[in-house]
Design a protein around this ligand. Structure first.
Ligand code: OTU
Length: 646
């Protein structure tokens, strides 16, 4: 029997048995339509992953039951949103999209006070708000909330689920899409599933990877990468009370879920839809690369991980189609793009752009940036990058060694150089940052620090040197200008709009001091807001220029829909690209990463559409390239040229 017929029979049987029409009443029409449309794919994906499972039809039945229940619980407001988004599936491509990520308590104490900060966000132009994990999690160290003890309970210090629903509605009214974390690779060791496993319940023991001795862990470990080598060597944790080993890719209190068990898939699908029904419009798929384990492999980016993510996406298409996925794959660029498909993740962090911007700032050279992006920036036209310079995490140097070799660089050595450059081991560096997760085995480490401190503002202010301040301000604006214009959703990390420096207070907190990422998670204080509001401060210059760039983005359609062409400038210090819009005027962006003036050749200008009239959006100046010849750029200057129709 072919799988199409099998899946149809399975669906008919389930529909009849569950009597979905009766269950859902009047609302059943759109649901049943979408179920009919997406079930065959869901069936295919899961039967492929779970071909060994005995009663596969039962797995599908309980999953469909979850979908029905979730749809039944979905508020009317969100069902309307479903219809809207189905009519406009490319909504996230708009020039209006500008994102921010923040910890609730660091921006506003709790969810209720965060609601009162919506005007602040709106005024800045924010239309996408990622609230860092706000679920119930262990006291003390919870990996910044990424150890979830209950997906359905808000961390009591931040408020309640009702507060979250209330906030999501208020955000939606203000035109801001709520983004929540879907932390589905692991739970905390205090999740009720983990507690049940601990107390010997075999059903829940099967939700995790538990081993009686080291033999299997040892076999896996020969091919695993260590993610947090300073937390603990290896990827497994010994549980004294159980006399067992448990798989913990990250911290020892974060237990990896066992997706080879289909009950885990169903259980997590239910939690996912709960978050969708709380009003999330984007779910950020945390650590998605790690969800499938296979002996003899790195256990990252496995084909079955992709199938499972697609299956989760199918569930959304059926029960909450307004929601899109954002991939958090901070892995090799070849692997990052494999998650980006309309059927898998419509959005993805762009870690390569992030890493290479910092690389170009350190080296003053744009060759690797240009070379890498020229063949790696294009993705599926219905998907979108989320471009960022800093986030709550460390910076990992995830460029391709082949790309580096083509530029005459040894990837390994170059990473060591970048780590030194950004963590104080390089004479003359402008950056102030901290190292993270040093691995004694291979010398690897990552970098922490706020955008402003890594870009030189901390040193410049300490030195009281105005010319250094000017340079760091220029560097910071150069970074923002690229993130805002290169194509995709720009994502700011809260505090970066105020050019906040490193926050060293974590070093005095026992629950945080071992995790240097806290240095780049500052509390948004009245002082920081005041400094950015006071004319003449570097923070004010950065804030004002950033606001101007955001307004320009929102006023020009070419920043939204359209394609990006990376341009070879023939100058090792310049980075340039063109944004081509199907209907509106085009945009040409040129950035100078050098601390010296640079010249861009007239021929290159012409190749990016700059042969006649244009307006430079930042200065508002009109230019006629026909008569100007080549273009001069000041140190760290960037220009946004919108071509004028002839
Ligand atoms: C994510 O990041 C989160 O962003 C981190 O804040 C969490 O600690 C972690 O997952 C666990 O939930 O190791 O240093 O691509 O780089 O997924 C960041 C692999 C991380 C990892 C990434 C992970």
């Amino acid at each position: 029997m072919n799988s199409r017929i099998e899946s149809q029979r399975c669906l008919q049987r389930i529909e009849k048995k569950l009597d979905i029409e009766k269950l859902l009443g009047a609302g059943s029409v759109p649901f049943l339509l979408r179920l009919g449309q997406h079930f065959p794919r869901l069936y295919d994906l899961l039967s492929n992953v779970y071909h060994d499972v005995e009663d596969f039809d039962q797995v599908m039945e309980s999953l469909v039951k979850t979908l029905v229940d979730s749809y039944q619980d979905r508020p009317e407001r969100l069902k309307k949103k479903d219809d809207q988004r189905l009519d406009d599936p490319q909504w996230f491509k708009s020039e209006n999209m500008v994102g921010m990520a923040c910890y609730v308590d660091l921006l506003a104490n709790d969810l209720k006070t965060l609601k009162s900060r919506i005007p602040y966000l709106s005024e800045l132009g924010i239309s996408y708000l990622h609230l860092m994990p706000l679920y119930k999690s262990p006291e003390g160290d919870s990996d910044g909330g990424y150890a979830v003890s209950d997906y359905r309970t808000v961390n009591p210090a931040l408020g309640t689920m009702d507060d979250l629903r209330d906030l999501s509605e208020a955000l939606s009214e203000a035109g801001i899409s709520l983004v929540l974390d879907f932390v589905f690779n692991h739970t905390s060791d205090e999740h009720e599933w983990a507690l049940a496993a601990r107390s010997g319940d075999p059903k829940y023991a099967d939700f995790y990877y538990l081993f009686d001795d080291r033999s299997v862990p040892d076999a896996y470990e020969t091919t695993l990468r260590e993610i947090f080598p300073q937390v603990r060597r290896g990827s497994f944790t010994y549980l004294e009370d159980m006399d067992k080993w448990v798989w913990t890719t990250f911290n020892s209190f974060q237990w990896d879920l066992n997706y080879s068990n289909p009950s885990v898939f169903s259980a997590i699908a239910s939690e996912m839809l709960y978050l969708a029904n709380a009003g999330a419009e984007v779910l950020r798929l945390d650590a998605l690369a790690f969800i499938w384990k296979e002996l003899g492999t790195t256990c990252e980016n496995r084909p079955n991980a992709h199938k499972l993510i697609q299956a989760f996406n199918c569930c959304l298409q059926i029960a909450a189609p307004a929601v899109v996925f954002k991939s958090e794959a901070i892995v090799h660029p070849d692997d990052v793009v494999k998650y980006i498909e309309p059927e898998e993740c419509q959005l993805s962090y762009n870690p390569l752009l992030m890493a290479l911007i910092w690389n170009s700032l350190a080296t003053r050279k744009t060759r690797l940036l240009n070379q890498s992006l020229s063949h790696r920036f294009a993705i599926h036209p219905d998907c979108s990058w989320v471009n960022y310079a800093r986030c709550h995490d460390d910076i990992g140097w995830t460029f391709d060694d082949g790309d580096a070799a083509a530029m005459g660089l040894n990837g390994y050595d170059h990473r060591l150089f970048l780590n030194r450059y950004y963590t104080g081991g390089f004479e003359g560096s402008f950056a102030t940052g901290l190292g993270f997760q040093f691995n004694p085995e291979n010398g690897d480490r990552r970098v922490c620090g706020s955008l402003a401190s890594l870009a030189g503002l901390e040193q410049a202010i300490e030195a009281g040197d105005n010319s250094l301040v000017d340079m760091s301000v220029a560097r910071i604006l150069l970074i923002h200008s690229i993130i805002l214009s290169i194509g995709g959703i720009p994502l700011l990390y809260a505090g970066d709009e105020l050019a906040m420096l490193n926050d060293y207070s974590f070093q005095d907190d026992d629950t945080k001091k071992h995790d240097a990422r806290w240095v780049n998670r500052p509390r948004i204080t009245e002082e920081a807001l005041a400094a950015a509001a006071r004319p003449g401060t570097p923070q004010n210059r950065i804030n004002a220029a950033l606001r101007q760039m955001i307004s320009l983005r929102k006023a020009n359609a070419v920043f939204g829909t359209g394609k990006t062409r990376i341009i070879s400038t023939g100058n090792d210090h310049l980075f340039a690209y063109q944004r081509v819009h199907p209907e509106a005027e085009n945009l040409a962006v040129i950035c100078n990463f050098s601390d010296h003036p640079q010249i861009l050749d007239q021929g290159v200008l012409q190749s990016m559409g700059l042969g006649g009239r244009a307006i430079e959006l930042i200065s508002g100046e009109h230019v006629n390239f026909h008569s100007t010849g080549s273009l001069n750029l000041e140190p760290f200057q960037f220009q946004w040229f919108r071509t004028d129709p002839a």
